[in-house]
Design a protein around this ligand. Structure first.
Ligand SMILES: [Zn+2]
Length: 426
């Protein structure tokens, strides 16, 4: 992308939270009309979907018309396949293909062109600046390093699957002033240090993302690290969705780039399913996509001056942890992200813990896997689970939907008290 185009994108992104309500509405309606026409003309999946309900691009002129478009679930998109969701004018060779972590047990691939990657990066920077990130801050992310397409803003990365003592040693060397992490990863480190993590690192800001965070865990992180805690909400397929500003009155939705609907079939004061349309994703559009998360949307003034609506009561992927032999614990997200990301032909999976050292990984593949694929996967997963663990990998035809909705991608059959310790497993 040419530098002046990136500067123009950045300028527009910086001023849009302060647009008047009418200006913001005009911007969203204009982008929506462009998106719907593009999807109809260029994307086989959406052309078929629109045609199935007799919808033409002229029928969607403003955000209020969006409800005429049927909702798509992750399962619908996985079943449709990558090529049917990719715009015909887009070459896969010029895109970055990323895969969601599969926290629901069902990974989904997404294609992003250079412009879309830049917008995501700028949205990531905008939320950090809102959280009082400063250019001289040392930003460190606790994550799976393969998740990041590039290092930005001088970001340091500590891999979440390292043993906790090694993660802490690396963090001590980096001395982050801003730390971004999954809540479950911090829970593991706090457990390891007996809630004395603040003796080892003293970040000024902790940004929690990737999983739901209970108020209780948020409070524990805040008091252990004596840091200001911000919650960021995003999804691998959509990028940054919403984030807290410095007034912590809920999460401002990136309303200039996304249309977020919720509570469609509920009263507005009750949490409803989040259905999201990405206004900037044209290579592989997401239109009325049900994320599987729930929340309450509020149009209220915030002292920060942003006119973006606020999301509260956000509930979604829970940050579970696994109890392991020798009193070890690990974040489910850290284990499955790191172990399974290199396998694009996995359609669904579920990790079942039969006893403390005995695991079964159920997998559903899009096409029959080679023997080497399965042994490579077993090897990676065993490494992530560490010593003293027996793992069996099975290939199954299906994983029941009801169970997946209820339990997610991890089921522990350990009974309460079978592995005594101060950690609440979920
Ligand atoms: Zn605000």
């Amino acid at each position: 992308m040419l530098p002046h185009m990136a500067v123009s994108l950045a300028w527009n992104l910086w001023r849009s939270p302060k647009l008047s309500a009418d200006e913001l509405q005009d911007l969203r309606d204009r982008k929506l009309r462009q998106l719907i026409r593009h999807a109809f003309e260029q994307v086989p999946y959406y052309r078929t979907l629109f045609t199935s309900v007799g919808l033409s691009p002229e029928d969607v002129q403003a955000t209020d018309d969006l409800k005429k478009v049927p909702v798509s679930t992750k399962e619908d998109l996985v079943a449709a396949g990558l090529s049917s969701r990719l715009a015909q004018s887009t070459s896969r060779d010029t895109c970055c293909v990323s895969r969601t972590s599969g926290s629901s047990g069902e990974p989904l691939s997404t294609c992003l062109n250079e412009r879309e990657q830049t917008i995501r990066r700028l949205l990531g920077l905008r939320r950090l600046v809102e959280a009082r990130f400063r250019p001289w801050d040392r930003l460190c992310i606790l994550c799976d390093p393969t998740q990041l397409s590039s290092r930005r803003f001088r970001t340091r990365v500590v891999p979440v699957v390292l043993p906790p003592e090694e993660q802490i040693a690396q963090l001590q060397r980096i001395k982050p002033t801003v730390l971004k992490a999954w809540p479950s990863s911090l829970k593991v480190l706090m457990h390891h240090t007996r809630h004395q993590l603040g003796r080892f690192i003293q970040p000024r800001i902790v940004a929690l993302s990737g999983e739901e965070c209970s108020d209780e865990l948020r409070g524990e992180i805040q008091s252990d690290l004596e840091a200001e805690v911000f919650v960021f909400y995003g999804a691998g397929e959509l990028g940054p969705i919403a984030s807290e500003c410095r007034y912590h009155g809920g999460l401002h939705i990136n309303a200039d780039q996304l249309i977020v609907e919720c509570g469609i079939e509920n009263r507005p004061s009750e949490p409803g399913d989040l259905v999201i349309t990405s206004l900037f994703g044209l290579s592989m559009p997401f239109i009325r996509y049900r994320t599987g998360d729930t929340g309450i949307l509020q149009e209220k003034a915030c002292p920060c001056g942003s006119r973006f609506p606020i999301l509260t009561s956000l509930q979604g992927r829970s940050g579970k942890v696994i109890r392991l032999p020798e009193g070890r614990v690990a974040s489910v997200a850290a284990v499955v992200n790191t172990a399974l990301r290199p396998f694009p032909t996995i359609q669904k999976f579920r990790l079942i813990q039969e006893s403390v050292g005995d695991f079964v990984l159920q997998t559903v593949f899009l096409e029959p896997p080679a023997e080497e694929t399965l042994s490579h996967m077993k090897c990676r997963m065993s490494e992530c689970l560490g010593s003293g663990v027996e793992l069996t990998v099975t290939v199954v035809d299906t994983i029941d939907e009801e169970g997946a909705r209820k339990f997610g991608n991890f089921i522990s059959k350990l009974t309460a008290g079978s592995t005594p310790g101060p950690l609440d497993p979920n």
